[in-house]
Structures are given as structure tokens and as C-alpha cells.
Design a protein around this ligand. Sequence first.
Ligand code: PAF
Length: 274
Amino acid sequence: MDVIVAEDRAALRKALGPGTVALVPTMGALHEGHRSLMRLARERAAQVVVSIFVNPLQFGPGEDFSRYPRTFDADLAACAEEGVQVVFSPSPEEMYQPSRQVSVSSGHMGTLVEGVFRPGHFDGVLTVVAKLFNLVQPDVAVFGQKDAQQLALIRRMVSDLDFPIEIVGAPTLREPDGLALSSRNRYLSAADRSVALALSRALFAGSAERAPSAVLSAARAVLDAEPGVVLDYLSLVDPATFEEVDDRYYGTAVLAVAGRVGTTRLIDNVLLEL
Ligand code: PAF
């Protein structure tokens, strides 16, 4: 069956039939990681909606909003292959009225880790995700663990604001050499790509340890040996709060890294048991 493309909210409502709905919010430039989210969504609901919207609110000044890859035809083909029923691809004007005033605040948690380097980013993410939840009214929504802080904040928002939606987190997919799949990987030259592998190598070195200080030193040693990565942060945090953990901490933690390779900023993380 063909995918129905809905460009506005009226078309979206018309396209949705009765039965459960799973939403996969994306900014397009779909890759195998997104496809794995669509497959999880299909297992969870009768209808799958993929939203494709490059959300201006979550990009800061000087970030890659204008050059963010837009590959709509290929995205549509991927959605069709994965059995998605509806693609919701609104214009910025459809999503944001010029008179808009109100947005979602990501609170203290949105200022930590990634939020230090991208002020306002998570407010932009939560605002668009809240709007997508209200427009699509899904039973389930699927997000990648690759954006671990985003996933944690969306869980927080759903709980704090009582959205009646189940949030499913999907594992990060990686290339055979460890590079986490990302729409931004297509910016990387062959040389940059090989430098970028230091990020996942650092995370894997950290995951071999069990004490927080040892995790961080093992990961830091790998990054120190690769001067091509301009590090923004290497942080070991509680997966629910994104507060840093220390040697008194036991349980699951997120080891998260972000850095620039050439002109491309990449993030990655692993979950580990301390
Ligand atoms: O993860 C993304 O692609 C975006 O942040 C999201 C969740 C689609 C919101 O624009």
C-alpha cells in the first residue's frame, strides 16, 4: 500500500484510520537507525506515522539548520518499504504561527551535558514533540537511545505533563566499525570518518570498566590520543536525570560524548552498569 503524505493537520486527521497509532518523529535524512524505529513502531500499533520536519526551534545560531540534509523522496521510499501508513511532513508555517508565544521548557535537565553546548536546544525539541503528540495523538512514540538526553527529557515531559503516550527507546545502531548511525555522518569526509571512530572507541573502552572514575579515565585516554576530535564533553551521568555520577554511584549510567570532527559535530553514548 502507498504511503499517505499529509502536509497539514487536516490531511493528517483524514489519513488516520481507527486503531492504535505509533509515531516515529524524525527530521528526515532517514537511515537504517530510523528504519529500526519504524519496525519497532509497527510491532506496537496498527498504524505507523513518521513525521518528517526539520525543526528550526531546536537549532541555535550558527548550527546546521540550513544545510541539514533534506532527502524527502528517498525518505518516502524508506517509509514505504517499512510499511509506514502515513508520513506527516508539515511546513514551518503549518507548525509555527508567527504569533506563537508559548513553548515547553526542558527545565534544569535541559541545561546539563548537551544543553551546556546547545542552549535552548531541548526546549525546541520538547516544544515540537509536544505539538506532534497533540497533532498525531499516538498511543506509542519511538525514539532512539542515540539521543539519550532527548529520550530522557521526553520521558520526563510525558510524565510531568501527563501525555497518555507510551515512550519506547530503541537501541543505537552502529556501522561494523562502531560508528553510530546518524544523519550527520553524511557530512564526514573519509578522513573525518576515520577520526570520528575515536568517539565510539572511547565509549567502548569506558564500558570495559566498572567504577565511574575508571570508566572516565579509560574513555578519556582514547580521546586524548586522537587530536582530530575537538571534544565538547565526556560525561558519565544518571540516565534519568543527566546529573554526573561519581564513585559512590551504583546501577545503570550513560557514558555520553560529543565533539567536532572537521566541521561536523557528533554525539554518541552507551549505557553501562556500574
Ligand atoms: O531526534 C530527532 O530527529 C529530533 O530531535 C526530533 C525528535 C524529531 C524532534 O525534532
